[in-house]
Design a protein around this ligand. Structure first.
Ligand SMILES: Cc1ncc(COP(=O)(O)O)c(C=O)c1O
Length: 469
């Protein structure tokens, strides 16, 4: 294609002309154009128009150690100069990947003993689906393949991981999910736990539902259950007390694997190293990405328990090889970036800071927003917080989706110095700032967010848009 006629176009116009954006409304984008980010430092990111914002989303829940860390940049440069790439197929290896595998196993919950590297959370979950199939084929259980996920889960956008995802936007018009991928209820305590029911009883109810589904499907066909310890994109949903131990008791009963998707929670976000630590999960397989490198390089990892590994090892002689791999699995530059990132995370005790600042952020949000008629719920753990906006606090009726309340808040945030995220289901506004955020920055952030929410509520009220769905 001849692009010589476009040389006079601005960056915004070039973007609209050539760049097909992920997870973006095509019509909105063509009408409004992009917001072009230019540089970033600490908890702040600056766009090409010179507007500097507190990055309350840490990119996409990932820049955990903060922006502009020279130590990681240096590790990337050093490795690029030494050897930018070599693959890891057919027993070839490289030092950063070996050291990273050892470090991740050392940090991971008990039982995780091997690490398989990929490039994104989505491809790691595809690896995990294939591992589940492979594991049961090797155990002589070829019918045991169904994987149960949850409504509103987000496990990625690739073909397999999108089947695990439980959000309509990721399924509609893509003909997903494929057969063999089931979804049980999520853990929406705000909307689905009946008034007066204890968290423990709600957890028992959800575990009973899981068991009913397994029995209806036939336990001999059910292979695994996958869950985010604290559900992110689906609405920042905190599991009720005792949920995972109860769910795992059911899985154990029917010889099913537990896959903990730690893509957001992993490496400190919930205030402990893994969401599995915070919510008492014993993962057989674990998905890690985002916080593994704080987004400085694309890298993911599947943590595999000794229980699963032993089957692979014991049966390996029956196969010519393990026929699954990505060219950039264990990429040396990505591994070097991840090692430098984990070094910072541990040395600076940032997981602890996520716990402390997360509690402070929740407190400040409650003080600023808790009394507003249209703020239904403020929830989360560590630096993973969601605010749910409703039309009526008493009935919990959501606002008519046509008002796009949360989406408006996200845009209004740009005028008030902050970035937050509008989640795809109902009006939930998510916050997940970098762990280096200070108390003063939390105050500044909450002021900007509260102003944005109030402005949008006023605007919607003026235009008669605060009605129940
Ligand atoms: C829990 C979870 N799993 C998987 C993914 C997919 O990761 P990626 O976007 O790196 O493919 C995400 C992304 O947000 C996620 O939140």
């Amino acid at each position: 294609m001849n692009t010589s006629s476009t040389h006079n176009l601005s960056l915004e116009e070039l973007d609209k002309r050539f760049f097909f954006h992920p997870a973006t409304s095509i019509s909105d984008h063509l009408a409004n154009g992009p917001k072009i980010m230019d540089h970033s430092k600490g908890v702040r990111v600056t766009d090409t128009k010179g507007s500097t914002l507190i990055d309350g989303a840490a990119g996409l829940w990932c820049v955990n150690v903060g922006h502009g860390r020279q130590e990681i940049v240096d590790a990337i440069t050093k490795q690029a100069e030494k050897m930018a790439f070599y693959h890891s197929f057919t027993s070839i290896s490289n030092e950063p990947a070996i050291r990273l595998a050892e470090r991740v196993v050392g940090m991971a919950p008990d039982g995780i003993s091997r690490v398989y590297f990929g490039n994104s959370g989505s491809d790691a979950n595809d690896t995990n689906i294939k591992l589940v199939y492979y594991y049961n084929n090797m155990r002589g259980l070829p019918r045991k393949k169904k994987i149960i996920s949850r409504d509103r889960a987000y496990h990625g956008s690739s073909f397999g991981s999108a089947c695990l995802t439980g959000l309509p936007i990721n399924h509609e018009k893509f003909d997903l999910p494929l057969p063999g991928f089931l979804h049980t209820h999520s853990v929406d305590q705000y909307r689905e736990k009946p008034d007066g029911m204890s968290e423990e009883d709600f957890a028992t109810h959800l575990a009973n539902e899981l068991e009913t589904m397994i029995l209806a499907e036939g336990p001999e066909t059910c292979a695994a259950f996958i869950a985010e310890p604290l559900m992110g994109t689906g609405g920042v949903l905190v599991p009720p007390k005792g949920y995972f131990p109860k769910m795992q008791a059911v899985l154990d009963k029917y010889d099913m694997l537990m896959i903990a998707d730690e893509v957001i929670c992993g490496f400190g976000r919930t205030g402990q190293m893994f969401g599995s630590d915070t919510f008492e999960i014993r993962p057989d397989i674990m998905t890690m990405a985002k916080g593994l490198s704080s987004g400085y390089q694309p890298i993911s990892a599947s943590g595999i328990s000794e229980k699963v590994w032993q089957v692979l090892e014991d049966t390996a002689h029956t196969m010519p090889g393990f026929g699954h791999g990505y060219t950039y699995s264990a990429h040396p530059i990505c591994a070097a970036a991840a090692l430098a990132n984990l070094e910072i995370l541990e040395r600076e005790n940032l997981t602890q800071n996520a716990a402390v600042q997360g509690a402070y952020l929740k407190k400040r949000l409650n003080e600023e927003l808790g009394g507003l008629d249209y703020v239904g719920d403020i929830r989360g753990e560590g630096l993973m917080i969601g605010v749910e906006i409703v039309a009526d606090r008493k009935t919990k009726a959501p606002i008519d989706p046509a008002a796009k309340f949360a989406g408006r808040v996200m845009k209004e945030g740009y005028n008030n110095g902050i970035i937050c995220r509008a989640l795809p289901h109902r009006d939930v506004i998510a916050m997940s700032p970098p762990f280096v955020i200070t108390t003063a920055e939390v105050d500044e952030y909450v002021a900007g967010l509260a102003q944005s929410i109030r402005n949008v509520a006023d605007e919607c009220a003026r235009n008669n848009l605060m009605n129940a769905a």
